[in-house]
Ligand binder design. Structure first.
Ligand code: SF4
Ligand code: SF4
Length: 202
């Protein structure tokens, strides 16, 4: 019985005086290796609030709330629901992903608000029926990709391009009757069809 005890004591002393095998996290930073998939962060330069990442997310970690009255879209990405699969980054339709997985893995905090990140986008709403057409940045991105010639064929794209430099937003107020002037306001495809039909006298 004596010898095993001595052996354990020797092992304990060796462990105390030898180099630490574990890191001192959270007292010291412990960087994740290259290629590690950690907390996803949106890139506001590229993200246009289109919703594709939300549809691709298998964990319902991306929640979209549309406030039609205030023409606002809020996107919340919950890190405590995320499984770090990278689908949001992979399925983003932008040239550069609008969301990127970082090497951050620490999701501890003092309140649930620290476990998510929010973005706000301006929504474009039909001036007649109040259905939404997408975010302003979405329309502007599509218009930029189509180029001035093609995008000029769509009044909505034209207006979205204009809004990069001009304010206030035209056609925001809901109207009862559609008139010729409504051609140059934001309209959903159904209401726009109605304007053209009236114009043609049908
Ligand atoms: S991250 Fe990409 S897919 Fe998600 S809302 Fe932004 S632009 Fe759309
Ligand atoms: S990494 Fe996966 S689980 Fe996390 S937000 Fe992106 S798609 Fe959802």
């Amino acid at each position: 019985m004596k010898f095993p005890k001595l052996r354990e004591l020797k092992e304990a002393l060796t462990a105390v005086f030898s180099k630490r095998y574990t890191s001192r996290f959270p007292f010291e930073e412990s960087p994740a290796p290259e290629g590690f998939r950690g907390k996803p962060f949106p890139d506001d330069e590229w993200c246009m609030g289109c919703e594709a990442c939300c549809e691709a997310c298998p964990s319902e970690a991306i929640i979209i709330e549309d406030n039609i009255k205030e023409s606002k879209r809020i996107i919340t990405r919950y890190w405590d629901r995320c499984n770090y699969c990278g689908q949001c980054e992979e399925k983003c339709p932008q040239e550069q992903p609008g969301v990127k997985l970082s090497r951050e893995y620490d999701i501890s905090g003092y309140s649930p608000d620290e476990m998510n990140i929010k973005q706000e986008f301006e929504l474009i709403v039909c001036s007649k029926c109040s259905s939404f057409l997408g975010t302003l940045k979405q329309l502007q991105t599509a218009s930029g990709r189509m180029g001035p010639a093609l995008s000029s064929s769509s009044p909505d794209m034209l207006l979205a391009r204009q809004l990069q430099t001009t304010r206030p937003m035209p056609g925001k107020a809901k109207r009862k009757e559609i008139t010729r002037s409504d051609i140059f306001t934001f309209l959903c495809p159904v209401c726009r069809h109605e304007v053209y039909r009236k114009e043609a006298g049908n």
